[in-house]
Write a protein that binds this ligand. Structure first.
Ligand SMILES: [Zn+2]
Length: 65
């Protein structure tokens, strides 16, 4: 048996459309379902959550006024 190069499972990020190794996406666990890979890469996911957190903070500040 010969050892070839490790075959990495890849995914195409739905956000940036780039092919990335599957390990570059987060697993999403839901009650009652098997954990699934997210369809966006970690970079895009972080960018999105960071933006929505900022948005939420800004809105919270505005409603307080
Ligand atoms: Zn991406």
């Amino acid at each position: 048996m010969t050892e070839g190069p490790a075959v990495l499972a890849t995914m195409i990020c739905r956000k940036c459309q780039q092919e990335k190794p599957e390990v570059d996406s987060y697993m999403q666990a839901r009650d009652g379902y098997a954990p699934r890979r997210m369809t966006v890469c970690k970079v895009c996911h972080r960018a999105r959550t960071a933006r929505s957190t900022q948005e939420r903070r800004r809105r919270a500040r505005e409603t307080r006024l």
